[in-house]
Design a protein around this ligand. Structure first.
Ligand code: ZN
Ligand code: ZN
Ligand code: ZN
Ligand code: ZN
Length: 298
């Protein structure tokens, strides 16, 4: 059967949910066919929306004896009763809908964020995990923050909600002072955002225990994709009391969580004892002067 899905209108599909129409969303052979099958599949897409959690349903798709469908993760949560009619659920699969699901080509879920990709049902899931248009997680490290978004919205979020220091320019000179440097156990975080080359960079300064050794670590993350992060290099220099340490590195993308970067030691790592040498004086106070620079490799 070569009839593309466009023969079936959305209305016809949503009118009778229990009776699956004999549509064949054929494997498209040209781009124009892809387009028509996608536009007409929005009704099918609705059918595949779990009525409980509204996520797309993927096989195995379940149904109650009265034909109400629900996704497999919701099935686990509803204690064997249909959320729609309260009937006992049992273990009935909705094979017809599963077949429809498998035959569909669907746009990436980040279409509204700019992705124009269209994928077969399963390929879509894979793609979405890596889609370059997927939102970024908030790069702030000090708390579990669940905010996601594009770079401009995250920059505004860091500024307004986390009260992060914002700086323009590609060089910096920072002082980290701590009155009781022996309390590294309660890991502390500091974040500064730099705006240069029209991009945003996160400078992290963290204190934590590396095994049993208290350390300080400074590293840079790029607010964007790894591919673009690699175009930049940065250096960090900590000095004081006649001593100096220099780190040169490549900023990591904020796609990599700050913990992942930290645990890979991809940055300037200063043991507390060394840090106290830099601080000079009584060793009762941590005073680190970190200077840095970001530049673009050509
Ligand atoms: Zn569900
Ligand atoms: Zn039901
Ligand atoms: Zn995508
Ligand atoms: Zn946040």
């Amino acid at each position: 059967m070569d009839v593309p899905g466009s023969q079936m209108s959305d209305n016809e599909l949503s009118k009778d949910r229990n009776e699956l129409p004999d549509i064949q969303v054929s494997k498209p052979s040209s781009f124009s066919v892809v387009k028509s099958s996608v536009s007409s599949s929005s009704g099918v897409h609705e059918l595949l929306e779990c009525p409980v959690c509204t996520n797309s349903m993927y096989p195995p798709i379940h149904q109650c004896p009265n034909g109400h469908t629900l996704c497999s993760s919701c099935k686990l949560r509803v204690h064997n009763h249909c959320p729609t009619c309260r009937h006992e659920l049992g273990d009935i699969r909705c094979l017809a809908l599963e077949k429809v699901a498998e035959s569909l080509d669907l746009p990436c879920r980040y279409q509204n964020l700019g992705c124009s990709g269209i994928f077969p049902y399963y390929g879509k899931l894979k793609h979405e995990q890596l889609c370059e248009f997927r939102p970024y997680n908030c790069p702030y490290a000090g708390s579990e923050c669940s905010i996601t978004g594009d770079i401009p919205s995250l920059v505004a979020h860091l500024k307004n909600d986390h009260k992060v220091d914002m700086h323009d320019g590609c060089t910096f000179n920072h002082r980290y002072v701590k009155s009781n440097p022996h309390e590294v156990e309660n890991a502390t975080w500091m974040l500064t955002v730099f705006n240069c080359f029209g991009e945003h960079f996160c400078l992290h300064f963290e204190a934590f225990l590396l095994g049993v050794a208290p350390v300080y670590m400074a590293f840079l993350r790029f607010m964007g994709e790894e591919e673009d992060a690699k175009k930049y290099t940065y250096s960090l220099e900590v000095s004081g009391s006649g001593r100096k340490m220099i780190w040169q590195g490549v900023p990591r993308s904020i796609r990599d969580g700050h913990k992942k970067v930290r645990d890979s030691y991809d940055g300037l790592v200063i043991h507390r004892n060394v840090a106290l040498f830099f601080s000079g004086g009584s060793r009762q106070e941590l005073k680190l002067r970190v200077t840095g620079r970001i530049w673009k490799e050509q």
